[in-house]
Design a protein around this ligand. Structure first.
Ligand SMILES: [Ca+2]
Length: 142
């Protein structure tokens, strides 16, 4: 079931030149998020609740979901690579939606710069520190 899910995620993004490993990673986090009883299958209820939260939740719930999805290490901190990964995915979606004509913008570079400025704003060390949920929420809303 999980393999199907990842396969589906990969094939639906394949034409966009998005890194497969990256999709697989996010798909895994997303799957875990949906799979509330961790039995490696998604039942209708889990999918329904997951989608409701993703698309219908309050702003607070959405921030929480984003935070948990990208906290791959699960230590309740977004390390620099996790945060820049989050921005990279966000920018890819935004750029894809807007299809800025001809202008070759690079989501990875933008993500790196944004993550750097976010860490800088809180006076954190990109090598060692991480953004906690309160910082992320504050930053998300500013
Ligand atoms: Ca983490």
């Amino acid at each position: 079931m999980f393999k199907d899910f990842v396969g589906l995620a990969i094939s639906s993004f394949q034409s966009d030149g998005v890194d497969k490993k990256e999709i697989a990673l996010i798909a895994k986090q997303l799957f875990d998020f949906f799979d509330k009883d961790h039995n490696d299958t998604l039942d209708f209820g889990e999918i329904f609740v997951g989608l409701t939260l993703l698309f219908g939740g309050s702003a607070d719930e959405k921030v929480r979901i984003a935070f948990d999805l990208y906290d791959v290490s699960g230590d309740q901190l977004l390390q620099f690579n996790e945060l820049s990964h989050y921005f990279s995915c966000t920018f890819k979606v935004i750029l894809h939606q807007n299809e800025i004509g001809g202008a070759k913008s690079c989501p990875e570079k933008m993500a790196y710069a944004t993550a750097l400025s976010c860490f800088g704003e809180y006076g954190l060390d990109a090598e060692r520190d991480g953004i906690d949920f309160q910082m992320f929420k504050h930053w998300y809303r500013s």
